[in-house]
Design a binder for this molecule. Structure first.
Ligand code: ARG
Ligand code: ZN
Length: 861
């Protein structure tokens, strides 16, 4: 069944207050709910409550037993007929089995911890409810549980009562003063370790900060706590937004479907985004923790205080909150590194998604399973759309719009149009009519830039032309896009720089008083999320690589050059021609390596060789082995030509001193690993030995796992020994074992397949923990292009088998494994012949989840 935005209808009934009592038990938890309900529309409609996997015990209305209901377990509803006309109290008792709940949706157990995940539609697995975000109620919760097993009992808001009960039990009652949708509801119980701190807001409110984890992990929570305090301060400084309760809690659990969840006052996190220390976490982990802690904290205003009317509006809170977390990361670290990393991420995942079978606009018009729409498009492209609004209005104008948004809509469940409205009225009624096309049209727009210099009149005319990709809607309308442009003189200095607003399919922009022919730098800072082509020559690009004052375009120039050369080489490889790498490019790459004026972080980024996934996006027919061979060839050629300077970069950075986590130190570690990775491609054992030494002497996880992955990628003879010693050292730490699994899952040699089968049997592996499944099978399906697409078809069969097995446990995890199959329409015929039967087998399976059905049917369509 397809749900349509156009069919949105207000709820017939609203819940004003709900008092919940939980008698916690691993297999038989009794849930008692007492609600005040009232009619919201004039339609003569019964009260339909959502409910899934619930054992109904009793129903009462206004204190009297009520029997005029129908519990339909097939369609997951409880329909109450002839309920009172005015406001009434509804009491329901039901039972649930948290331990048997492997979907990790609703109330479940992660190890010994009871926890919840209710976004988007998990609450209906706890009790019967009008489970939709435009139904906002005041929640209180009384949790009753065994005091020894579950000394800590948490829910949203503030604790208002606690005490001991008979039979070794105790209770805590929580009250959340803010109305909220059920998806923000949370409950946690367990024998947890914790760390505490406090934060004083600008207006003087003292907030207790608490981070909970499995006992023994407390020392790994400090970076998360620091990140939380930074987030709170940043939102006050940048947006004037303060925290609004007396307590903010974060709980880390191992079994979690996503990254984290912004439940009011009680965030629940995948432990991968909380726990870190120097020995076991990489710089990337530390960076990710700061960003996700920020993201969930920022949701308190953009998501919780103002929420979504319906799930088609998901980008209202997610795009905006990703934009906010990206800005936070930029302010806490290096703005240019943050921007480059987020664009690389956008291209790798969102551009691929937007060109494939599950392409959708940031505001979809239909869905079958909303869990399939927590996508790179809703999140990352959604954030780019918000960024464009800021670019159009300026930082101050955007802030005025945010202030207006809270003034108009605080406490409400709204639409993306309401956000745009606030931005507009706060900025002299800025006209967003055309801009709104970004919300409803799928596909990555194409932008072409050409320029003409008129020597006699000292005038440069820049022509920008936008067009749509093949999969855009037939009636697609032009976008309103801000294109940041710079004109660079022969001395490398900007002679002009401004934001152009492109609205028509093609438009000329004239720059006067330009004394000599400049080089154009277009879409600086990636101001519009488009695929750009230009009339720049190879030499122009090399010039930008050396001189562009915009660090994004300076980085980008090297990517453009490398990508063009590599795409040509892939065709050569396919035609079995000998490969040869352009000498000018090899020399330019060496110049960047030798440049002492650029910092380590930027240099490391500049050494990025376009990934296989990025190259595949440009191929009408995807040649997997050729792409990989070309990438290896390019790396080997660059490394062999520049081995002296690479070695110098590697050895000259001495990090023997104190371990630091600042952008400089992180850039240095990244540069060392990037240099080592290139060097390992050079023939002979010399640099592989160097990598092995780096592995053995590592004092932090960035170096340790970085060197291990170099040893695996280069198929070094030290590989087996390194993998074994790493395992022995880390087997008791599941987050570290996830890294160990991932590096093996993406190993491109033929042994990867058998290795995966063996790893699944290892005692550290557990298919009910999504992180482990993603680390092994998810990485294999999405990122081991050559082995997943093995000519025998065994990679397809393995992933299809696992998808079907997992679908019975956890459909969300199963459906995300389908990503590797999304290349279906562009793979060579012989591979299609192997993939098709697997997709058919999946789709024909009885009892398949909506999650998997929706994705696989789109791939086959
Ligand atoms: N709102 C969460 C976040 O972005 C994501 C929760 C998604 N959960 C899910 N089961 N789809 O921070
Ligand atoms: Zn979010």
């Amino acid at each position: 069944k397809v749900i349509k935005l156009s069919e949105y209808k207000q709820p017939d009934y609203l819940v004003e207050t709900i008092d919940l009592t939980f008698h916690l038990d691993s297999t038989k938890t009794l849930v008692q709910s007492k609600m005040t309900v009232s009619k919201n529309t004039t339609d003569a409609a019964p009260l339909v409550l959502n409910g899934e996997e619930l054992i109904l015990k009793s129903v009462k209305i206004n204190g009297e037993a009520f029997t005029d209901y129908k519990h339909d377990e097939e369609v997951h509803t409880l329909t109450l007929n002839r309920v009172p006309a005015g406001s009434f109290t509804l009491e329901i008792e039901n039972e649930i089995n948290p331990e048997a709940n492997k979907t990790l949706d609703g109330l479940y157990k992660s190890g010994t911890i009871f926890c919840t995940q209710n976004e988007p539609e998990g609450f209906r697995r706890i009790t019967f409810y009008v489970d939709r975000p435009d139904n906002m109620a005041k929640f209180t919760t009384k949790i009753i549980a065994d005091k020894k097993l579950y000394p800590i009992l948490l829910s949203n808001g503030n604790p208002i009562a606690k005490g001991d009960l008979d039979g070794g039990k105790h209770f805590v009652t929580w009250e959340d003063p803010f109305k909220k949708p059920s998806y923000l509801y949370a409950l946690v119980a367990g024998d947890l370790g914790f760390i505490k701190d406090t934060y004083k807001t600008t207006s003087g409110r003292n907030v207790a900060l608490e981070i909970y984890c499995d006992k023994g992990n407390e020392d790994k929570c400090h970076h998360a706590m620091e990140s939380l305090k930074k987030s709170m301060k940043w939102d006050e400084d940048r947006f004037g937004l303060e925290y609004d309760l007396d307590i903010y809690m974060i709980v880390a659990v191992d079994a979690f479907n996503m990254g984290a969840m912004e439940n009011k006052g009680l965030n629940i996190f995948n432990s991968a985004y909380v726990l870190a220390d120097q020995k076991s976490a990489t710089d990337g982990n530390f960076y990710g923790i700061e960003s996700v802690i920020g993201h969930e904290y920022f949701h308190n205003w953009t998501g919780n205080r103002i929420t979504c009317r319906d799930w088609f509006q998901l980008t209202l809170k997610e795009g905006l909150t990703v934009f906010r977390d990206q800005e936070f990361s930029a302010d806490m670290n290096s703005r240019s590194v943050e921007r480059i990393q987020s664009v690389l991420g956008l291209r790798a995942s969102q551009f691929a998604e937007d060109a494939g079978p599950t392409s959708h606009p940031i505001k979809p018009a239909t869905y079958m399973e909303i869990n399939n729409f927590y996508t790179a498009t809703i999140y990352e492209k959604g954030a780019e759309v918000i960024r464009m609004i800021q670019t159009l209005l300026g930082v101050d104008g955007f802030r005025r719009g945010m202030d207006k948004y809270f003034e108009l809509f605080d406490g409400q469940a709204v639409r993306t149009e309401d956000f745009i409205h606030a931005m507009s009225v706060a900025n002299d009624n800025f006209d967003f009519t055309q801009f709104k096309n970004w919300y409803g049209q799928n596909g990555t727009p194409l932008l072409k830039s050409t320029s003409k210099y008129d020597e006699a009149n000292k005038r440069l005319t820049l022509t920008l032309t936008q067009s749509f990709p093949a999969n855009a809607p037939k009636d697609a309308k032009p976008y309103h896009m801000p294109v940041r442009v710079g004109l660079i003189g022969a001395d490398g200095k900007d002679v002009a720089s401004k934001v152009l607003e492109l609205k028509t399919p093609t438009q000329d922009f004239v720059f006067e008083n330009i004394s000599s022919k400049p080089i154009t730098s277009v879409n600086r800072d990636f101001s519009a999320p488009v695929k750009l082509t230009t009339d720049l020559s190879f030499d122009d690009q090399l010039f930008l690589m050396a001189h562009d004052s915009d660090s994004f375009n300076r980085f980008e120039a090297a990517q453009v050059v490398a990508q063009k050369l590599m795409l040509d080489l892939i065709q050569d490889a396919h035609a079995k021609k000998p490969l040869e790498l352009n000498a000018k490019y090899v020399a330019a790459f060496g110049k960047v390596l030798a440049d002492t004026t650029i910092d380590e972080a930027f240099k490391a980024l500049s050494m990025t060789i376009p990934s296989e996934g990025i190259l595949h996006q440009e191929l009408a027919e995807i040649y997997y082995p050729e792409t990989e061979a070309v990438r290896d060839f390019v790396m080997k050629t660059l490394a062999t030509a520049h081995q002296d300077i690479l070695l110098k970069l590697f050895t000259s950075i001495d990090q023997k001193g104190e371990y630091k986590l600042d952008p400089k130190a992180m850039g240095q570690r990244d540069l060392k690993i990037k240099a080592l990775n290139l060097l390992s491609m050079v023939d002979g054992d010399k640099y592989k030995t160097l990598a092995f030494d780096h592995f053995k002497s590592a004092t932090n996880m960035t170096d340790e796992i970085g060197a291990l992955s170099v040893l695996i990628n280069s198929n070094s003879s030290f590989k087996a020994e390194a993998l074994k010693s790493f395992y022995t050292k880390w087997k008791s730490e599941t987050l570290v074992m996830q890294k160990w699994l991932s590096v093996q899952a993406v190993a491109s040699d033929d042994s990867a397949y058998d290795n995966i089968l063996a790893l699944e049997k290892d005692s550290i592996y557990d298919r009910t923990i999504p992180n482990l499944v993603r680390a092994l099978l998810g990485q294999f399906a999405a990122n081991n292009k050559v082995q997943f697409n093995h000519p025998s078809g065994r990679g397809y069969k393995l992933v299809a088998d696992r998808m079907l097995e997992l679908d019975k446990l956890n459909p969300q995890v199963a459906s995300r494994l389908a990503s590797g199959f999304k290349d279906y329409s562009r793979i060579p015929k012989d591979l299609q012949a192997k993939m098709k039967p697997e997709l058919d087998r999946i789709i024909k399976t009885d009892g398949l989840s909506k999650n998997v059905y929706e994705i696989v049917s789109k791939i086959l369509a």
